[in-house]
Structures are given as structure tokens and as C-alpha cells.
Design a protein around this ligand. Structure first.
Ligand code: ZN
Length: 89
């Protein structure tokens, strides 16, 4: 599974982007946090930039009051993985 080594993948991205900055390339970095259900383990959504919530599928997340919960079982979400995505501009 490619998701097993997030830390190694993250450091590779950081090294790459550092080299590109030295050459003058312009990039934009977006921090992301993956949210999964604490009860059923479903990968529910990705939170980008601290404000933009992207559900994994149209029905994977739902709003319960002021909170976002698992669309399958209604369980609470917890962050399981995080990193930084690099966009070239
Ligand atoms: Zn669930």
C-alpha cells in the first residue's frame, strides 16, 4: 500500500521543493490532513489548507449539527495522515 510510509514520502517532497525554490521555480504549498472514522475506519475526507474540506466521495461525509461525521456510520472523525501538497504556479 502506498499510504504506509507518509513520513518518507513527505521528506522527499520537501527536498524536491527546496531545490526548485533555489532555481527560482514558483510553487504553492497546501497542507492537508486526512480524516478517517474512529468507529469503522472509513477514509472520510481530506482537509486542505485548514479550511477546505474535500469528502472522499459524495456520501462519505455528512454534517451533524456543527460537526462533520462519517457518512457511513455517523462516527467521529480523527486525523490519520497529514502532509503537504506542492503545486506549480
Ligand atoms: Zn464510520
Amino acid at each position: 500500500m502506498p499510504d504506509c510510509q507518509p513520513q518518507r514520502r513527505g521528506s522527499t517532497v520537501t527536498e524536491m521543493s527546496t531545490k526548485l525554490i533555489e532555481r527560482g521555480a514558483r510553487i504553492r504549498r497546501t497542507k492537508w490532513v486526512e480524516l478517517s472514522c474512529m468507529l469503522c475506519g472509513e477514509a472520510v475526507a481530506t482537509l486542505e489548507g485548514g479550511t477546505l474540506l474535500r469528502p472522499r466521495t459524495a456520501s462519505s461525509a455528512r454534517i451533524s449539527g456543527a460537526r462533520v461525521v462519517c457518512g457511513r456510520c455517523g462516527g467521529s472523525l480523527s486525523p490519520t495522515d497529514q502532509g503537504e501538497r506542492v503545486h506549480f504556479v
